[in-house]
Design a protein around this ligand. Structure first.
Ligand SMILES: Cc1cc2nc3c(=O)[nH]c(=O)nc-3n(C[C@H](O)[C@H](O)[C@H](O)COP(=O)(O)OP(=O)(O)OC[C@H]3O[C@@H](n4cnc5c(N)ncnc54)[C@H](O)[C@@H]3O)c2cc1C
Length: 552
């Protein structure tokens, strides 16, 4: 291998990984990393917790230094250096030293772009007023902390209720600040299906986070007391001593587009499965690129640290002549706040509908994270999406207090291996009473879905509940029924059902429901074998409460 010169733009998740792997593969390469910020390899994901105080010291966020890169890997890292232009013909980049203002030209044999994505900061009136922040890097988090420590804000508005917004809301709350989240969508956590986000809404509200959903910010005004007024579409005015904007990120594509590299329809740098851009000497990775969704095959922007790291490895391999390929991204993600964990992987119902996929089915289940007889079992609310025709697992979302991310990780790997619900049924997972169940929630999900495909149960479409002419029977115990039930449901406990079959009209369809979907399955089996046209409401009353929080 010759002494090739590799330039990496951006030295954090994707760029730092790529540079370090390049060195492991090629001891002779000259590797130079430029980052326009003061740090390389910092922990972006830890920033909200630094603001909140769970992480005390700034240096805990710094995973590596330029010095470490030089000593350990013989890699030159130049912070405060912005790459401002690419000359593809002469294979050189123009680099500006942000501390001295001088510019230089640097030649490359291979160029890796990992410039990330910038927080969106719309041109709203008042957007540049003091006290309005975005959070992308360590200096941003220091500024927010300083604002909190010097101004002692009492109120904050977090604009955007996605992952970072919710993490920030929790961390500001821990600082004793009253937080309002303003979110344009009708739900928090927009990547989730709406009903699964209900658990998040309830948890936020029970922790006194004020939610303004279906509401957009249109501008800011400075108040005489030094605070801000946040102006919204509906005409509301919300007082805030601090504002954090977390309304998404936009891929940094300026360098690439000015160099004439192909930009995809979703606005990210277009790359092939070896992370090559439309110029084979230039590779791009991380938040700046569009990725193929592993499940739907569509181009998407999925800004996550795991994919950025994996892409960094692939790019290094490819530069060193290896035939490594990037599989795509399935959007496996987790977020936690106020003791609640939310995780998802693969497709959601809304992403399948957006992609025009019709061949799918969904199930809900609410198993305990471990056996119920061992103290402390917590429910996991799980939604599984799978292909109806062959059981291919398409996606899963789960919410709960314990064991959530473990189940989603198992299903994530199943999706990557193109497993079916029959594989989930057979999955052999860890079990002891304090950790799980002999039938793990993942097995349960597989069993329920497999029952649907085998025709052992037919599911009632939740969406048709308000208009169905079917007779809804709630087969739970009297106590549970009295505690709340589906509007209009007739109460016949499972133990009485066999003796009361004569009461039903065989020409009228019956939908059975219980608390979580288990007893309704038993009722389904009973009624269907007795000749009734019957369907079961997946997930029972626990699902009803999030699907129809206001009732029918
Ligand atoms: C607050 C926060 C929390 C997050 N939490 C999570 C999480 O919990 N889980 C998760 O999976 N993901 C999380 N992410 C997302 C994750 O951090 C990103 O997906 C990941 O860092 C992307 O890596 P990257 O290399 O593409 O870009 P980055 O890590 O953003 O690095 C890009 C670097 O390029 C530099 N740069 C840009 N342009 C130039 C230029 N022209 N010249 C020189 N340097 C340049 C920038 O200064 C920056 O340092 C979080 C992000 C943030 C901001």
């Amino acid at each position: 291998m010759g002494n090739k010169r590799v330039i990496v733009v951006g030295g954090v998740a994707g760029g730092a990984t790529c540079a370090a792997r390049l060195r492991r593969l090629d001891e002779n390469a000259e590797i130079v990393v430029f980052d326009k910020g003061p740090h390389v390899s910092f922990a972006n994901c830890g920033l909200p917790y630094f603001v909140g105080g769970a992480i005390h010291e700034e240096n805990k966020l710094l995973l590596a230094s330029p010095e470490l890169f030089r000593r350990r890997f013989n890699i030159a890292v130049r912070t405060w250096h912005e790459v401002v232009a690419i000359d593809r013909r002469s294979r050189a980049v123009k680099v500006k030293d942000l501390q001295t203002g001088t510019e230089s030209e640097e030649h490359y044999d291979a160029l890796v772009l990992s410039p990330g994505a910038a927080p969106i900061r719309p041109a709203w009136p008042g957007i540049d007023l003091p006290g309005i922040f975005t959070l992308r890097n360590v200096p941003d988090s220091i500024e927010i902390r300083r604002w909190i420590e010097t101004r002692s804000p009492k109120t904050a508005v977090v604009v955007g209720g996605g992952f970072i917004g919710l993490e920030m809301a929790e961390n500001l709350h821990h600082r004793g600040i009253a937080v309002t989240i303003v979110e344009l969508a009708s739900q928090v956590m927009p990547p989730l299906d709406a009903e699964m986000s209900e658990y998040a809404r309830l948890r936020l509200e029970s922790n006194r986070i004020n939610l303004e959903l279906n509401e957009g910010v249109v501008g800011f005004e400075q108040n005489a007391d030094g605070g801000l007024t946040v102006l919204t579409q509906s005409g509301a005015k919300i007082h805030a001593d601090l504002v954090v904007l977390s309304i998404g990120v936009r891929p940094e594509t300026k360098l690439a587009s000015e160099a004439g590299l192909e930009i995809g329809d979703r606005g990210g740098i277009r790359v092939d499965d070896q992370m090559r851009t439309s110029d084979p000497n230039i590779l791009a990775i991380g938040d700046a690129v569009e990725v193929r969704n592993w499940v739907t095959g569509q181009w998407e922007l999925i800004p996550l640290a795991g994919p950025a790291n994996r892409q960094g490895r692939v790019a290094a391999d490819v530069i060193c002549g290896r035939d490594t390929k990037f599989r795509g991204v399935q959007g496996t993600a987790v977020c936690g706040f106020f003791g609640l964990t939310i995780a998802l992987t693969g497709a959601t119902e809304k992403s399948l509908r957006r992609a025009g996929v019709e061949d799918f089915e969904k199930i809900y289940l609410h198993p305990g994270h471990h056996v119920s007889y061992y103290p402390g079992a917590k429910p996991i609310h799980l939604k599984l999406l799978f292909r109806r025709s062959d059981g291919l697992v398409l996606g899963a979302q789960a919410v709960g207090e314990e064991g959530v991310e473990r189940r989603i990780d198992v299903i994530a790997q199943a999706i990557q291996m193109k497993a079916t619900v029959f594989d989930l049924e057979e999955a052999e997972l860890c079990y002891a009473p304090q950790y799980g169940s002999a039938k793990d929630p993942v097995n349960f999900a597989g069993m329920i879905a497999a029952n649907v495909i085998r025709g052992d149960v037919e599911l009632a479409p939740w969406s048709e509940l308000p208009t169905t002419p079917a007779l809804i029977i709630d087969v739970r115990g009297p106590h549970e029924y009295r505690g709340g039930h589906i509007d209009g449901a007739v109460h016949i406990p499972l133990r009485e059902l066999r003796g009361r079959l004569g009461e039903f009209d065989k020409s009228r369809e019956i939908w059975v429901s219980c608390q979580i979907g288990q007893r309704s399955y038993y009722a389904y089996r009973l009624l269907s074998q007795r000749g009734f046209k019957v369907r079961s409401l997946s997930g029972g009353y626990d699902s009803y409460r999030v699907l129809y929080p206001e009732g029918l």
